[in-house]
Design a protein around this ligand. Structure first.
Ligand code: G3I
Length: 322
């Protein structure tokens, strides 16, 4: 039986999934499904700073290298996630900054070293990096993180310039949630990209995470939003799509979920430079959602027994007709 990657092939848009490396190593059904269904992968966690450098100066790339090697063997591109995020930072870094031990000058050196060590390690093997993740908050302001506080907004351009030096072939993305439609937050990104481009900063793509819920209105003007970033000269990608629901699932919720997945995918297929559509996990057996949103779940394309849901059929049909 052919997978999503076969249905997607004629569109040129890559279909991807985030990969939980613990499941990848423990569950052959999970691993076989990844290789049958997807031609792009991204590490759900093992390329994050807090997972790579738990102890200062001690880098652990083992799990990430395993994913990259497996992707190469299975004709899958690899998205890099993520060089900088305010979550999942190493404990020694946040503690050092909080205590004042690490000042602005040292923080900048630590950040630069991190980018060159990680993007350098994977050089030539990553098609696109989420260089900075979720740097604008839900009030459409630059998120108040230790990086903004100590380094000022210039840290953003620094990150892109360092990543480009470390891996000139990787496409460099901004990535965030709640930026699917046209709203204050996605417009703040639009303005930021205009400024970065004016300053000749090497930014190449806008990553739209696509974490939706059937209990919320579907975002407005998704295609217009994608197109306005393309007009700035960027590629776009849907990078973390899942559609959660209040449990238990029912036919209405599952239909709404199928609609939401396929509507986001349609926007990607109708755009000129939407290069990939990545789901944030593909089976309800291993989703991050229940642990974070109490009483919610069933967010993925396959259920906990790897049985396709209406959303899977909708995605496959949308690709086939795409
Ligand atoms: O690595 C530790 C491990 O040492 C420890 O034994 C274990 C038990 O406490 O926790 C492990 O860390 C967990 C990590 O996932 C790796 O499994 C963290 O507790 C847990 O909070 C973390 O959750 C991840 C979450 O990001 C928070 O960083 C989710 O799996 C992951 O799906 C989620 O993904 C994010 C994207 O990166 C960015 N966009 C939003 C998306 C959803 O939050």
């Amino acid at each position: 039986d052919t997978g999503l990657r076969d249905a997607a092939k004629h569109t040129g848009v890559r279909i991807g999934t985030a990969v939980d490396m613990a499941a990848f190593n423990a569950d052959t059904t999970y691993r076989d499904a990844i290789n049958r269904e997807f031609n792009s992968v991204v590490a759900e966690n093992v390329m994050k700073w807090g997972e790579i450098e738990k102890e200062r100066g001690v880098l652990n790339f083992a799990a990430a290298d395993q994913l990259v090697d497996s992707a190469r063997a299975n004709g899958q591109q690899v998205r890099g996630h993520t060089l900088l995020w305010h979550n999942q930072l190493p404990g020694w870094l946040t503690a050092g900054v909080t205590s004042g031990e690490i000042d602005a000058a040292e923080l900048r050196q630590i950040l630069k070293r991190h980018v060159f060590e990680v993007a350098g390690h994977f050089r030539g093997r990553i098609v696109a990096w989420d260089v900075v993740n979720e740097i604008i908050d839900d009030n459409a302001q630059l998120r108040d993180t230790i990086f903004l506080r100590l380094l000022g907004p210039g840290y953003i351009a620094d990150m892109f310039r360092w990543a480009h030096q470390a891996d000139p072939k990787a496409k460099l993305y901004l990535n965030d949630y709640n930026v699917e439609g046209i709203n204050a937050k996605s417009t703040a990104y639009y303005d930021l990209v205009k400024q970065l481009k004016a300053d000749r900063v090497p930014v190449h793509g806008f990553g739209i995470q696509g974490h939706l819920g059937v209990q919320y209105p579907f975002p407005n003007n998704v295609l217009d939003n994608v197109r306005r970033f393309e007009k700035l000269g960027l590629d776009t990608a849907f990078t973390e799509v899942d559609v959660r629901m209040p449990m238990p699932p029912d036919a209405t919720k599952l239909q709404a979920q199928a609609y939401a997945y396929s509507a986001l995918l349609q926007a990607c297929l109708l755009a000129q430079r939407c290069v990939s559509f990545t789901v944030w996990g593909f089976t309800d057996k291993y989703s991050w959602v229940p642990g974070v949103f109490n009483g919610q779940g069933a967010a993925n394309l396959l259920d906990e027994n790897f049985i396709p849901k209406l959303a899977y059929d909708a995605v496959k049909t949308t690709f086939t007709l795409g």
